[in-house]
Design a protein around this ligand. Structure first.
Ligand SMILES: [Zn+2]
Length: 293
């Protein structure tokens, strides 16, 4: 039984895992890359027969396939030993497999330098979010209270390139946005409107504006005519900012200055309080006279 919808079950033998995390509670998600292999299934087969009992809970393939090899109710064998120079917040003197949930990402390059594909990135981010929610793990960079870390935080010598170029900034942008959908150029029709601008950004083919991920559903807030389902909120500063924003900001400042001027004029014209009292009294005197008319 898999713990994540759509994951393919390819579990390692039961005696390769740490049942119930041996009474501990996992507080870290550890991101890995495979430095070899081409599919998630290949990596899972390797784990199933690895003599050193190594494993991870999930493997994310370059096509977005997710394979599960260890139940989330047990520790996997991915994060053995702390090495000199490890992240200072990690607890010493214990098997970190008892505190961690591991996700591998297929990368055929030995130095883990292949960028994640769009499908792989999307699958990875959603999986990380799901695990953090399931296990109450903080959705931020790891610290003494838990969070998301790289294998290199544990083993900076032998695993310095794990997870290599994993897109951390994009992951945290995604998690901070509440995990809304990113632009996926493979979604029918989307590529008619957007092209990849690199670095987790997309350029609108129509107006050349560049937008940045994780906020697809915001089009409901900022819904210009013709935006359709693929529209994302504009950037409000920096590259890609909508040029109309500067003009509107200036108009607003001018209007505010004009309001201040008018308020000052009005203050000059207003009667003094004494004068106002006199006027009211005079009106009261006039009222009976008016009624008589
Ligand atoms: Zn690793």
């Amino acid at each position: 039984m898999v713990d994540y919808p759509g994951a393919i079950p390819m579990f390692v033998p039961a005696d390769n895992v740490f049942p119930g995390y041996w009474g501990h509670i996992p507080i870290f998600v550890v991101i890995h890359k495979t430095a070899g292999f081409h599919t998630a299934q290949e990596v899972a087969s390797f784990f199933q027969t690895a003599p050193d009992k190594r494993s991870a809970h999930f493997i994310v393939g370059m096509d977005g396939t997710i394979v599960q090899t260890v139940s989330l109710d047990a520790g996997a064998g991915a994060n053995c030993c702390l090495e000199a120079g490890h992240a200072a917040f990690l607890p010493q003197g214990m098997n970190l497999n008892l505190l961690t949930i591991s996700i591998e990402h297929v990368d055929p390059a030995l130095d883990n330098s292949t960028p994640l594909t769009d499908a792989q990135k999307k699958a990875s981010f959603a999986l990380v979010k799901s695990i953090c929610e399931r296990h109450n793990i903080p959705m931020r960079k790891g610290d003494a209270n838990g969070g998301i870390i790289g294998h290199c935080d544990i083993a900076p010598v032998n695993r310095a390139h794990c997870p290599g170029n994993y897109p951390w900034d994009e992951l945290f942008a995604y998690l901070n946005s509440g995990g809304l959908e990113m632009i996926d150029l493979n979604t029918p029709g989307v590529a008619n409107y957007f092209e990849d601008a690199g670095d987790g950004r997309w350029r609108c083919k129509h107006n050349g504006l560049v937008i940045f991920g994780g906020i697809l559903k915001q089009h409901k807030i900022d819904n210009p005519p013709g935006s359709g389902e693929t529209y994302m909120m504009h950037l409000y500063s920096g590259p890609g900012q909508d040029p109309r924003i500067d003009a509107l900001t200036k108009q607003l400042a001018d209007a505010q200055a004009r309001i201040s001027d008018l308020e000052a004029e009005l203050a000059k014209l207003s009667p003094t309080p004494e004068l106002a009292v006199d006027c009211i009294n005079a009106l009261k005197d006039l009222k009976p006279l008016v009624l008589k008319l």
